[in-house]
Design a protein around this ligand. Structure first.
Ligand code: NCD
Length: 405
């Protein structure tokens, strides 16, 4: 179906114009700057009144969708809807399910179900070790390059757990590199700084992405690494909660219950270093680490926050309103860079020929967050009760409206 978005501020990491965007057949067919295009011929028309922001659908490199095995915490349906409400059109879901996703068939079965739901593009990550046991290579990696593949995950990851055995980690990274894979590393073995140092010093020529960087020391290690090796493919992410909150916020909600997250919320000094890391490009992307749990599980100390539905408002309010990041920089962090790192073609920019994955935002609208209204089954957020700027008005995926406020 043809859809015309007329009179929007069309802005992504590469463009910033007022104009119109025309969508047809799941693709962006035209971007018309500085013109209010006519109402068209029977398709849907949305008017941005020269004020609403239109950008490329957000890309989340790190979320926990919990299926198979923990549908009490989240289902593919509830997580997909939460993503669409948050403006996300592509998401990588982590492998720490029950059982863990350590083989291609398991990943394909999740992907097929998510495709049938049809709200977002979901890319299941596959683990580095079998059953995430940290003892031997996952069937996916062990099968090696000779295996016939129908699904190539944009990330391999042991997220939720570090690989303690250094020899095995090196073997896994070598196997990943041979298969052309990027590995998202959950670095906490011996502490975040030591774990990041270990991965950077392994010397394996693999595309490494450091997940949920939260500590000042880790940011500085990455800064040193990138300045000494500008061609290095190492990338990194920070989460909305680590850039907006500190230990005090965790303690106020229960440091061992509702305020608990891995890695933990830290001091203001760490938080400010993350902001600087994002500003100067040491940290490349924002990823939600959406980690939904039931209330009982939170009371029993399960770490994690529900993050998909608040990510944009938290990042916009924190980075743009408070720390003067440009909107273009924010959209680079939320869309263009994650799409590039994941190798998702046709994503990350508003350009003719790209996928019609679009989000419409009202940046001036203030909302009071209420976790109880989330589409996610995980209602746990430390942002409940906070007034934040920026809300998602509409999300288009593959040329179809998948969410409208
Ligand atoms: C993650 C989860 O719940 O799967 N939780 C979190 O706080 N990020 C796993 C983890 O990284 O510990």
């Amino acid at each position: 179906m043809k859809i015309i978005f007329r009179n929007f501020r069309v802005i992504d990491a590469f463009t910033d114009v007022t104009g119109s965007v025309i969508v047809d057949g799941g693709r962006i067919v035209d971007v018309v700057p500085d013109a209010v295009v006519p109402h068209g011929d029977g398709g849907l028309v949305f008017d941005g009144c020269g004020r609403l922001v239109l950008t490329s659908g957000f890309v989340d490199m790190h979320a926990h969708f919990r299926e198979p095995g923990s549908s009490g915490k989240e289902t593919l349906e509830s997580a997909s809807l939460a993503a669409a409400r948050g403006g996300y059109t592509s998401v990588v879901c982590m492998a720490n399910t029950s059982p863990p996703v350590d083989n291609e068939a398991a990943a394909i079965s999740i992907k097929r179900r998510a495709d049938a739901i049809g709200l977002i593009s979901l890319y299941p990550a596959i683990s580095l070790t079998e059953g995430m046991n940290g003892k031997k290579l996952s069937p996916y990696l062990a099968a090696g390059r000779s295996a016939v593949r129908t699904y190539s995950p944009p990330l391999l990851s042991e997220d939720g757990r570090d690989v303690a055995d250094e020899g095995l980690l090196r073997t896994a990274l070598r196997a990943a590199a041979e298969g052309g894979h990027t590995v998202s590393c959950h670095c906490d073995f011996g502490g975040e700084d030591a774990a990041v140092k270990r991965v950077l010093e392994l010397g394996v020529d693999c595309r490494i992405h450091i997940a949920h960087v939260s500590a000042k020391g880790a940011v500085n290690l990455l800064r040193d690494h990138k300045s000494h090796a500008p061609e290095s493919p190492v990338t990194a992410e920070a989460t909305p909660h680590h850039i907006a909150l500190t230990r005090g916020d965790a303690e106020a909600s229960g440091a061992e219950t509702f305020g608990k997250v891995a890695p933990p919320l830290r001091s203001e000094e760490h938080r400010l270093e993350l902001i600087e890391g994002l500003r100067d490009g040491v940290i490349d992307v924002i990823a939600t680490d959406h980690a939904p749990h039931t209330t009982d599980d939170k009371l029993n100390g399960a770490p994690g926050f529900s993050g998909l539905e608040t990510a944009f408002a938290v990042c916009y309010t924190t980075l743009v309103k408070r720390y003067n990041f440009s909107l273009q920089k924010l959209f680079s962090l939320l869309s263009a860079e994650p799409a590039r790192i994941l190798g998702l073609s046709g994503c990350g920019a508003i350009a003719a020929g790209n996928n019609a994955d679009i989000v419409v935002l009202d940046t001036e609208r203030e909302t009071v967050i209420d976790g109880d209204t989330f589409a996610s089954r995980g209602k746990n957020t430390l942002f409940s009760g906070r007034k934040l700027y920026g809300s998602v008005v509409l999300t288009l995926h593959d040329g179809r409206v998948v969410y409208q406020a």
